[in-house]
Design a protein around this ligand. Structure first.
Ligand code: ZN
Length: 163
């Protein structure tokens, strides 16, 4: 098998630039390329499926729909939070991102999308939900995964075992 081609059970080093709505929101150059196990959903499926067959050094533009990225916007993920529930030292502002706890004590990340007299509307969707993602990617390196990495479903980057 060609060991410099991206395929399931290879470890891929990928440099990328992520653009959403014409704005660069994330990037990793070749020095700090991300490393992941291909074919195990370590990265979003819409990107992963477009990498199969790429060679080391190859560049590609990959467009990922919201459905294959972070999902559609869920209308049920908007919630009214009474102002009385905010800590006294927090003044709600539009687009402010907050970590709250739900009734069971789980962490929730939300963004303020409307402020009323007695409550604010919070959006608990992923910030990239509903967005089309544009990736410019470059395959920096590909190597076969070890049997242990395949069994675990993730990369063991630095020789040591991390869990
Ligand atoms: Zn492991």
């Amino acid at each position: 098998m060609a060991d410099n081609i991206v395929a399931k059970d290879t470890v891929v080093k990928l440099a990328y630039t992520l653009t959403v709505d014409g704005e660069i929101i994330d990037m990793a150059d070749e020095q700090d390329a991300i490393e992941f196990l291909q074919g195990h959903r370590n990265i979003i499926s819409g990107l992963e499926s477009q990498l199969d067959g790429m060679k080391v050094g190859e560049n590609k533009t990959v467009k990922v729909s919201a459905e294959e990225g972070y999902g559609a916007v869920d209308e049920d993920a908007f919630d009214e939070v009474p102002l009385s529930e905010f800590p006294e030292d927090v003044t709600p502002e539009m687009d402010m991102e907050l970590e709250l706890k739900d009734a069971e004590g789980n962490d929730l990340y939300g963004r303020i999308v409307a402020i009323g007299d007695e409550s604010v509307t919070m959006d608990f969707n992923h910030p990239l939900a509903g967005k089309e993602l544009h990736f410019e990617v470059k395959v920096v390196d590909v190597r076969p995964a070890t049997a242990e990495e395949i069994a675990h479903g993730h990369v063991h980057s630095h020789g040591g075992h991390h869990h």
